[in-house]
Write a protein that binds this ligand. Sequence first.
Ligand code: SF4
Length: 487
Amino acid sequence: MKTLTFTIARFDPSADDTPRFEEYTVEVNDGARILHALHAVRDTIDPTLAYRYCCGSGQCGSCAVRVDGEPVLACMEEATDGMVVEALNLPLERDLKVEMTSYLLEMEGLVPTDETRLLTRAENEALKPLRDCIECLACVSECPALQVAEFTGPTAMRQEMRIALDPRDDRDRVERNVADGLFTCTTCQRCVQVCPKDIKIPGKAIEKLREFANREGLTLPKHQEVALLVQRTGRSVERIKPTFMEQVPDVIEPEGEVKREVAFFVGCMYNGRLPETALDMIEVMRRNGYRIHIPKDQVCCGSPLIRTGQTWILDELKHTNILAFEKTGCDVVMTMCAGCGSTLKNDYVTPFTVKDVNELLTEDGFEAPESLPLRVTYHDPCHLYRGQAVHDPPREILRKLVKEFIEMPARCCGAGGGVRSGLPDEAADLGRERGEAIAKTGAEMVVTSCPFCEFHIAEHTDKPVINITTLLRKGYAKKDEEKGKKE
Ligand code: SF4
């Protein structure tokens, strides 16, 4: 047995306006789950504690709660001393109980055609990634799009795709899916992160339903423009100034000896809109001993097309890119755009390894910069943090680079999934939320590692937004300056 002291957010709708936090100390068995700790409070301290549970084995989804801010199934996670247990971020009924019924009742069900039949094995397999849902609503409670837009939410869209793949129901509901907010999802993957069944809703449902919408001519006009631009130029942004690739040779040598050789997947944004940021990154890598190949025949990775369901020219883009990078002979392709990195890692089958620049620097080790006298926060780009599981490397860099690094909760800025171009009002609402979160940290600067986030956040904060490699270059410049003063 062990003694556990933890906090529960209590809420009595007849007396409280907002939840109040109460501390409890209970005796539980070693290895007790959160649900056991809640039972102990109810059985030994307060029999009125309200919470849901049923199977106790991760099968029914009814006991989902937030622990230290993250949605979990109370029956599956071990109880820890000091934990804070709150209800999911859904309409609150009492204590840890939230209102789920209305959402679940509105979810679509299968309506079989007259000619019902058994599923083939292949059809059954296709449904598998979508039918494991236990209706815990963790994804719904955390979806940023659902907070600001008319959207039925992640698991409702999952259910739509599950039915769309089922030949026993042949209704065409694409038009209704679009009306239900199909294009409001930013593909931030927060739903995947919190899903106890690891259902990949953006990739397996949202983007596929968007493909159906595309076939029926329902793609948003702005997204169609991007696809036509990629088809015409190989790039998803228009050329408005000399591009990065126009300014650099095919191979860039390091300052000293060659420690590693990589090829650089530039990405449309750094090539066309932010070439100076890409040049900063190159200088950082040169200083750290990288020889960098830049195949000039590389094209858009296809991310803006995949996210918006316009995959008809994807194979051509993939083929061109893989060939271009194969020719360099490098076994590692470096990215600095979160969206490109995530796409190359998750949507391509490549004969080379793909690594984000933050990963490379921290895995190989990088020269320590001079610490800058700054108080900064870091915005996790969704497609770097959730899309590539790159969380610690930028923090490792920042801790060596600035005087004070302040954490900020990782949340979508609203720029992804085609939302910034297709639904700018929604993107602005989410951007404003980020701006408020930044202000709360008290930081004087925001650092990030994605061109879309850089652009979008800059519109919603009065603080400077800077790419991590640009800041690292400044750290090296300061080091050189200090060294110069001593000499
Ligand atoms: Fe829960 Fe996952 Fe189903 Fe969402 S998709 S309701 S997170 S099981």
